[in-house]
Design a binder for this molecule. Structure first.
Ligand code: SF4
Ligand code: ZN
Length: 294
């Protein structure tokens, strides 16, 4: 197979783009898709400060390197969840990346904050991921606002977005459909959120990480019972195999045709936490309550 662009021997075949590329031309394609996403949704500019949520996994680490290489002002934030055997390894990978590429990194340590995930889960007797998600969101927003960042970026890719969309449509979860987009505006004092990888698939990101020699975390979190949307990802991959480009059409079609029709339901009025100022429905926010403030 030959590279579509330069006719050298191809290393990657992309059926959804009806193309194959050699390594150098694949990297051009990759940056091109990323730039297209950033420009199409005016996600950020080179003058703005980006806070990037990193977990140590392939997507967030790849986005980190790609934004650094494209010359964006990006700072990574890693939340050490205090999950033994998992968080130490993830933290090591993230710190090593930061040193290797001389890329700014901030770390929040939940043990130092007094709320490591295993202890909180034991205390609350609630599903780990629901609690963990809320705590991570809190620190991403708080660090972003306190640090004067313009936008919060995450490594969600096309497979994450389409599997979530598929699930929300199958079950007609209208309130979740309203919140599904590559850009979510800032509201109630929370940062604007963007997903610059929404045009790129897991496969394309894995190829990028491989070509760039990124050392990322491959082991899963012990609390994960298999990713929630993984069976939908498998179904969509089967459809994509039969009819290439279905995933991007499905997602872009939703953004163009259905999402503009969804009216945002008025939400209950938010207050600001008496202790830390974070938006909350009550007097004291979830994290401050966990820390013992009432
Ligand atoms: Fe947190 Fe769940 Fe992800 Fe583990 S799998 S890091 S508990 S959200
Ligand atoms: Zn608070």
């Amino acid at each position: 197979m030959k590279c579509r662009r330069c006719k050298k021997e191809a290393e990657v075949e992309l059926r959804s783009h009806n193309a194959a590329f050699c390594r150098d031309c694949f990297l051009l394609f990759f940056y091109n898709q990323l730039n297209k996403a950033i420009k199409q949704f005016r996600m950020f500019t080179k003058k703005q400060r980006i806070l990037l949520a990193v977990s140590g996994g392939k997507d967030s680490m790849s986005l980190w390197l790609a934004l650094v290489e494209l010359g964006y002002d990006v700072t990574a934030l890693f939340v050490d969840l205090g999950i033994s055997g998992f968080s130490e390894l993830a933290r090591k990978k993230v710190v090593a990346f930061s040193e290797r590429f001389n890329a700014p990194l901030r770390v929040v340590d939940l043990k130092e904050e007094g709320i490591p995930i295993p202890e909180v889960v034991k205390k609350l007797k609630r599903p780990a991921c629901a609690v963990c998600g809320r705590i991570k969101r809190y620190y991403f927003n708080m660090e972003g606002l306190r640090g004067g960042f313009d936008v919060l970026a995450t490594g969600h890719n096309l497979d994450d977005e389409t599997s979530r969309l598929f699930s929300n449509v199958l079950h007609w979860k209208m309130e979740y459909l309203e919140d599904q987009a590559p850009v979510l505006p800032d509201e109630d004092g929370l940062l604007r959120k963007v997903k610059p990888f929404f045009r790129l698939t897991e496969f394309e990101i894995a190829a990028y990480a491989f070509f760039k020699g990124i050392d990322y975390l491959t082991s899963g979190c012990p609390f994960s019972k298999g990713a929630t949307f993984s069976s939908y990802k498998r179904h969509l991959n089967r459809i994509e195999y039969e009819s290439p480009a279905t995933k991007i059409d499905f997602y872009q079609g939703f953004l163009k045709n259905l999402r503009p029709l969804l009216k945002k339901k008025a939400k209950e009025e938010l207050h600001h936490c008496r202790v830390c100022g974070y938006p909350t429905f009550g007097d004291v926010c979830f994290v401050c309550r966990l820390k013992g403030f009432e």
